[in-house]
Design a protein around this ligand. Structure first.
Ligand code: IPE
Ligand code: IPE
Ligand code: MG
Ligand code: MG
Length: 293
């Protein structure tokens, strides 16, 4: 039986170490660098970069093939969290167990820290020389599209614009696929590309990513209802407060959990042809719907 905990721990250590190295190449006397470091090196789960590595391994590649890309993805993700928490967006003051960036520093610094992490991610990506240029251009394009105005940013627009309005199940799924699913898909897709997966493997992994991306956001919605803020390091009950469109809001908690489980099953099915090298992906899919933080 595959044990996810040591796998997760060792990958997270590697990612954190490389993120520290990247940040150490910048001037720590600048307040902007300090603010970027503050949010980036807080207690994030590193789910996306770990999935990137697991996808590379599932197709026969290695974690080092994707280390730069994995770290760039975590930078983009952290930027999205800093902006998500701003007063003009979700207005949250706790994130990753610490005061949010705009509370710790100020709003302008938090906006710029997000901008700084987003642009640093692409500097890291474009400096990568491990794979042929065509491959890394495809990787850069995938991450730009997933995080941009036809991916995560559009999802965030819809999330904010639909506060207080009723979305149907299909509209909510589209929102979640953009807001959260796109970056999950990019993490797994780029891992598979850099691990040198073939077209069939990549197709299956895209399908896997589709389902765990939605499942991850359904679980996030569920945790906002019944989670423990101490464990999660962020506030709960806030979706209801802000009249967000969520799965438990639309379906009730039990049905929302059942739907997450259905997506888990579909994710596992998508990769059933893979051998034991995909066991981490199988275990992560399960973890995503059962996690407590
Ligand atoms: C939170 O992401 C935002 C969502 C898209 C649900 P994570 O749950 O991955 O947060 P961290 O990175 O562990 O803080
Ligand atoms: C965050 O979604 C999604 C992105 C940052 C792209 P939420 O607003 O639902 O996530 P939390 O609950 O604040 O982490
Ligand atoms: Mg939000
Ligand atoms: Mg939020």
């Amino acid at each position: 039986m595959f044990d996810l905990k040591p796998y997760f721990d060792s990958k997270r250590d590697l990612i954190n170490q490389h993120l520290e190295e990247i940040m150490a190449s910048l001037d720590a006397n600048q307040t902007i660098i300090q603010a970027m470091h503050y949010s980036l090196m807080a207690n994030g789960k590193r789910a996306r970069p770990i999935l990137c590595m697991a996808a590379a391994e599932a197709v026969g590649g290695s974690e080092t093939d994707v280390l730069d890309v994995a770290c760039a993805i975590e930078m983009v993700h952290t930027y999205s969290l800093i902006h998500d928490d701003l007063p003009a967006m979700d207005d949250d003051n706790l994130r990753r167990g610490k005061p949010t960036c705009h509370v710790q520093y100020d709003e302008a610094t938090a906006i710029l820290a997000g901008d700084g992490l987003l642009t640093l991610a692409f500097a890291v990506l474009s400096g990568n020389r491990r794979q042929p240029p065509e491959t890394w251009l495809a990787v850069i394009q995938t991450i730009a599209n997933a995080s941009g105005c036809q991916g995560m940013i559009e999802g965030q627009m819809r999330d904010i614009a639909s506060e207080g309005q009723h979305l149907n199940l299909n509209e909510l799924e589209q929102l979640h696929l953009l807001k959260t699913g796109a970056m999950f898909k990019a993490s797994i897709h780029t891992g598979a590309l850099l691990g040198d997966g073939d077209a069939d493997q990549i197709k299956d992994l895209d399908q896997y990513a589709h389902h765990i991306g939605i499942a991850f956001q359904i679980a996030d919605d569920n945790l906002n209802v019944e989670g423990d803020p101490q464990i999660m390091g962020k506030a709960v009950g806030t979706d209801d407060l802000r009249q967000k469109n969520t799965y438990p809001g639309l379906l009730g908690l039990d049905q929302s959990k059942a739907l997450a489980y259905k997506h888990l099953k579909s994710a596992l099915k998508a990769i059933e042809r893979f051998d034991a090298k995909a066991d981490p992906l199988r275990a992560i899919a399960e973890y995503i719907i059962n996690r407590k933080r």
